[in-house]
Design a protein around this ligand. Structure first.
Ligand SMILES: NC(=O)c1ccc[n+]([C@@H]2O[C@H](COP(=O)([O-])OP(=O)(O)OC[C@H]3O[C@@H](n4cnc5c(N)ncnc54)[C@H](O)[C@@H]3O)[C@@H](O)[C@H]2O)c1
Length: 332
């Protein structure tokens, strides 16, 4: 039986991944500090350890007998990292070094690292591949690029890493996020009958959260040990211009008005080639953006997520609350 350890396994992607791996018969240990309040799933095969990637000593024992680590724990998203850049560097960059070092001590030789297509920054209509120059636009992407550099610099016989640069994720998860484009735009369409698109001509690739988990699972099952690799994780058909996402949502949620605002609040604009992951790992997503729009629309019509604007669904709001909490504590 395979045994995997997932850092950040109570998060949006991690909770779907833990569920998927446990259902496939694997043993899963989740290490998470609970900072976004994600659930502990009551499923056979999953064990939870309360731990922080900045302090591996407190949970390193859990690495015993682990076949591979999936390192998802991070301060996630440009806005959340912008609230407290020092903590973002500590968790996303130094935390990755700590996890790799802990793997070395425990003789775990295989790591899957959650990176991001945000690393490409601003590329426009030109399609980029894994060898294209990176142009991170935020502390979040910079910290991911540096963590990639670190993992790529390690000798392959010490730790063989699979770096997956995920497209922007969407879809339902036990730890729901409504700070991701497709999710929040759909929720606004259902609740307010309006979708706002900032800019509109910028490109963005998308990937369903179940497909992100299935890509990690495929990567874990890939027994070719060929050293550290970098893959864009998504699919060519799921590159969209943001105005097209607005139109698609309006079609699925009749009565929705699409408001295009000139000012582009987020500079990112990238269109990504995902052919290598399809060719080399046989990865092909099973769900598209339109599926998430329908799933969220139907869930909201059934009365779910009336509170989709609540702080717990937004990493930025969680980061702000934590900062204010710590400021208050210091003042006391
Ligand atoms: N969601 C996306 O669109 C997307 C896209 C590209 C890459 N990624 C990457 O995928 C990974 C998971 O993202 P997500 O969307 O599930 O985000 P998330 O915020 O839902 O999950 C992150 C998890 O990490 C945990 N965590 C944070 N700091 C920690 C620490 N110091 N120690 C231990 N646990 C800690 C949180 O409690 C949370 O459960 C991240 O590395 C992210 O950068 C996500």
């Amino acid at each position: 039986m395979q045994r995997y350890l997932i850092t950040g396994g109570r998060g949006y992607i991690g909770s779907v991944l833990a569920r998927r791996l446990a259902r496939s018969g694997a043993e899963v240990v989740v290490v998470d500090n609970g900072m976004v309040g994600g659930p502990e799933l009551d499923l056979p095969g999953i064990a939870y350890v309360d731990g922080d990637v900045r302090d591996t000593g407190s949970w390193e024992k859990a690495l015993e007998g682990v076949d591979a680590v999936v390192h998802l724990a991070a301060i996630v998203g440009d806005p959340a990292c912008g609230v407290d850049p020092d903590t973002a560097w500590e968790v996303n960059y130094r935390g990755t070094i700590q996890v790799a070092e802990a793997c070395r001590r425990a003789d775990v030789r295989s790591l899957v690292f959650a990176s991001t297509c945000s690393n490409y920054g601003v590329t426009g209509d030109r399609e980029v591949d894994a060898w294209s120059p990176l142009a991170p636009q935020s502390v979040y992407a910079e910290s991911k690029v540096m963590a990639e550099h670190y993992l790529l610099s390690l000798p392959h016989d010490m730790l063989s890493s699979r770096l997956l640069r995920f497209a922007t994720i969407h879809g339902l998860s036990p730890r729901m996020r409504f700070d991701l484009a497709v999710n929040v735009m759909t929720a606004n369409a259902v609740a307010r009958g309006a979708v706002t698109v900032h800019g509109g001509t910028q490109w963005r690739p998308f990937l369903h959260v179940e497909d992100a988990a299935s890509a990690v699972q495929l990567t874990l099952g890939d027994v070719r040990r060929i050293g550290t690799t970098v893959h864009n994780c998504g699919s060519r058909e799921e590159n969209y211009r943001m105005d097209a996402v607005g139109d698609l949502i309006a079609e699925e949620v009749p009565g929705t008005g699409v408001e295009i605002r000139k000012e582009q609040t987020d500079p990112r604009n990238y269109r990504v080639n995902f052919d290598p992951i399809a060719r080399e790992l046989g990865f092909s997503p099973s769900l598209r953006v339109v599926d998430t729009v329908r799933h969220i629309r139907d869930a909201m019509r059934d009365g779910e997520f009336a509170d989709f604007g609540a702080a717990r669904y937004s990493n930025h709001q969680i980061a702000v609350a934590r900062r204010e909490g710590s400021v208050r504590t210091r003042a006391l």
